[in-house]
Design a protein around this ligand. Structure first.
Ligand code: PMP
Length: 354
């Protein structure tokens, strides 16, 4: 099966937009992009009067090395949100194709599928002893789908998936569609990324982001890792200059070895402090269940989830209500903050009565 044959016929027939700012065209006297020749006040050498390189070579090189893949396996996007949207638009025919999600999960998979007019098939996770598990039998019976979205560690449950579970699903569905594994939180977990496996498994797509472990949510930088044929299809529909120059510069700096090492230390600090948060939650009388998970957040079920969110907000602390997700009535997601912020939450919790 040629992976490109799974894409929408309209997309297969497209040629990518010919951008004027590919690296090779960006030296000399630049009279080819209707830009203003003068940089703005306070430009600081960024050259903001010029369009950015569509897929910045240096950043791609650094990220490919960090993810252990080749640059041809990488598409840089405006956050993983854009990666999800591009996959949807390239592969899913409105009112014809199906998309599978396994809720409770990140809400953009379903929203993006609905925007595209996909038939959304939800195979809910099953609550097990320690956490939430994929319903493997349900997934095998679900029938063909152009995209299956999995997430490891999963938002909001925090559970990780075994590599073999994902790869087996991808192998079984190789003639039908892509299996997308969203690894937005993988740096917080001890698990290995599946990024390097896309070389052997052409229908496997891995989503990574600089929004979480790298602390660059404001830069909107995501990395979609896939077979070069998938990357080639997505490049046909991504807008011409998606990545703003200041965001790219910040990301390049964040990938300097010393900056990466400093982030690793911060991750250790966050994850160490998680124990303190989990302990405070587990000993609270109104808390029924705590799922520490493998990411930089904790999921908790209390006697009244919406009340916890409301009362915390009144104390100036924002939490995420998960009550609307299947199986998560009265559940709340709490992101780890700085030690001081975690202390503030723990102090609020000690006084909180449901
Ligand atoms: N995937 C998951 C599982 C997420 O939780 C999020 C952010 N909440 C995203 C993707 C989107 O991340 P980005 O900032 O890269 O668009």
């Amino acid at each position: 099966m040629n992976i490109a044959d799974l894409a929408r016929p309209e997309i297969r027939a497209l040629a990518p937009y010919a951008s004027a700012r590919a690296l090779a065209d960006s030296a000399g006297i630049l009279l080819n992009a209707n830009e203003n020749p003068w940089p703005p006040e306070g430009d600081a050498g960024l050259g903001l009067n010029r369009y950015p390189e569509p897929q910045p070579t240096e950043l791609k090189k650094r990220l490919a090395a960090y993810y252990g893949v080749s640059p041809e396996n990488l598409l840089l996007t405006r956050g993983s949100d854009e990666g999800i949207d591009l996959l949807m638009r390239a592969f899913v025919r409105p009112h014809a194709d199906r998309v599978i999600t396994c809720p409770p999960c990140f809400g953009m998979y379903a929203l993006s599928a609905r925007i595209q007019g996909a038939e959304l098939v939800e195979i809910p996770l099953r609550e097990s002893g320690d956490g939430f598990e994929l319903d493997r039998a349900g997934l095998s019976k679900a029938g063909p789908a152009k995209l299956v979205f999995l997430c490891s560690p999963n938002n909001p449950t925090g559970d990780g998936l075994a590599a073999e579970t994902v790869l087996e699903l991808a192998r079984r569905r190789a003639d039908e569609g892509l299996v997308v594994i969203d690894e937005a939180y993988i740096e917080f977990s001890d698990r290995q990324s599946l990024a390097s496996r896309v070389a052997q498994q052409p229908n496997l797509v891995v989503l990574r982001t600089l929004s979480k472990a790298f602390g660059l949510a404001g830069c909107r930088l995501g990395a979609l890792i896939a077979h070069p044929k998938v990357i080639d299809l997505l490049r046909r529909i991504i807008p011409p200059y998606p990545l703003p120059t200041p965001a790219v510069a910040a990301a390049e700096a964040a990938l300097e070895p010393e900056a990466v090492a400093a982030r690793r230390e911060q991750i250790d600090l966050l994850m160490d402090d998680k124990r303190r948060l989990v302990q405070a939650l587990e000993t609270h009388p109104a808390v029924r269940r705590v799922w520490p998970g493998e990411a930089n957040f904790v999921l908790v079920r209390t006697t009244d989830g919406p009340a916890l969110v409301r009362d915390a907000a009144a104390a100036g602390i924002r939490l995420r209500d998960q009550s609307a997700q299947p199986g998560l009535a009265d559940c709340v997601r709490i992101t780890l903050g700085t030690p001081e912020e975690n202390t503030a939450f723990i102090e609020f919790l000690q006084d909180w009565k449901a």
